[in-house]
Design a protein around this ligand. Structure first.
Ligand code: AHM
Ligand code: MG
Length: 341
């Protein structure tokens, strides 16, 4: 597809669809609808410092973490924007324990939507970038009936589309349907997402590593040795660089563009790491693989993990192919590395 100067997200989706004669247009319609929800969330995130919306609600989410109001706002906007279009049979959100059923009055579709409405929310008060992550699957239960948990619990390689919206110095939407990764920047004047990053390819290798080193105490030996290797060697005659924002969307976005590796490992405290397979790791891994990179849990492809639980966690190492190959070899030698589900 040849980008023109003003390639809007909607036009890009429609042009992509023309290349697949079997497409019904439904996926295009739901991606457009998602981008609408993203604009609403982006507006609200941008004025977060101005209105009395910050602070804790006092409630905990299903992971026992405190939920901020903007998380719930984004969660509700996504449900309200997506439940009545007739595209989905069921949805699930990081902020809700059970599956989200489509109200009876609405048409039931063939797709499944999984999302993390506002990832990295502990960063909101400090004005650090945060994001929305989404994953779309095709249902496996019979058409026409309400979707079930079975429709949600599918391996990541079965995703038909995935992406994220980054609320950063500008708002960006990055998505894939498995054929290339495309980035769009929201033009605040027109309120349109315009193609700014065509066919993103992650560099094959990279200098930047991204991990919360504060957890060093709990790391297994393989990971310690790998980080020590990076710290005591050079890349293109320059030292490696450490960058960790603590907001997965921002850390993965940088990794996608500049190359390198992002890790949230298994450790002695958390054998399954921290990040959620269905809402965070699967969609990000689908994007990274579609851009030519790799994503593993230490032993296997993230996208091949058979999910057992909506909210299960998994260790993750994703990024440039050569970087992931290297950490994989360190972890393989490490007897202590018993992470994974
Ligand atoms: P959240 O879903 O509660 O926002 O948590 C996920 C976030 C990720 O964005 C980020 O990669 C990670 O948590 C940072 O965790 P830590 O503060 O332990 O380094
Ligand atoms: Mg999250």
């Amino acid at each position: 597809m040849k980008p023109t100067r003003f390639m809007t997200l909607n036009r890009h989706i429609l042009e992509g669809e023309k290349m697949h004669p079997e497409a019904t247009g439904e996926l295009s319609a739901l991606l457009s609808q998602l981008s609408m929800a993203a604009k609403v969330i982006s507006l609200e995130v941008n004025k977060a410092g101005l209105v009395d919306i910050l602070g804790f609600t006092g409630d905990s989410n299903v992971h026992g973490e405190q939920v901020k109001k903007l998380d719930m706002f984004a969660h509700e906007i996504l449900i309200r924007a997506m439940d009545h279009g007739g595209h989905f049979c069921v949805m699930a959100s990081e902020e809700e324990e059970d599956i989200i059923r489509i109200p009876q009055k609405h048409k039931i579709g063939k797709y499944v939507l999984l999302f993390d409405p506002l990832d990295g929310s502990s960063n909101i008060d400090a004005n650090v970038s945060i994001g929305t992550i989404f994953s779309i699957l095709k249902r496996v239960t019979p058409d026409g009936k309400p979707g079930t948990i079975e429709d949600c619990l599918q391996e990541g390689y079965k995703q038909v589309a995935a992406g994220y919206v980054l609320y950063g110095s500008s708002t960006m939407l990055v998505y894939t349907t498995g054929h290339g990764v495309y980035g769009f920047t929201l033009d605040p004047a027109f309120g349109e997402f315009l193609l700014s990053h065509d066919n993103i390819q992650i560099p094959e290798n990279g200098r930047i590593y991204s991990i919360n080193e504060g957890n060093y105490l709990y790391w297994h030996n393989g990971l310690k040795k790998y980080i020590k290797y990076l710290q005591s060697n050079t890349y293109d005659d320059k030292p490696y660089q450490a960058r960790y924002i603590g907001s997965m969307v921002a850390d993965v976005h940088r990794t996608l563009l500049y190359g390198g590796i992002f890790m949230y490992p298994a450790d002695k405290r958390n054998p399954n790491g921290k990040l959620r397979l269905m809402y965070e790791c699967n969609p990000m891994s689908f994007l990274i693989e579609s851009a030519g990179g790799r994503a593993i849990d230490g032993k296997r492809r993230i996208l091949e993990i058979v999910p057992k639980d909506l909210h299960q966690r998994t260790p993750i190492y994703l990024g440039s192919k050569k970087c992931v190959d290297l950490i994989e070899s360190y972890l393989k030698e490490d007897e202590e590395n018993k992470g994974g589900n």
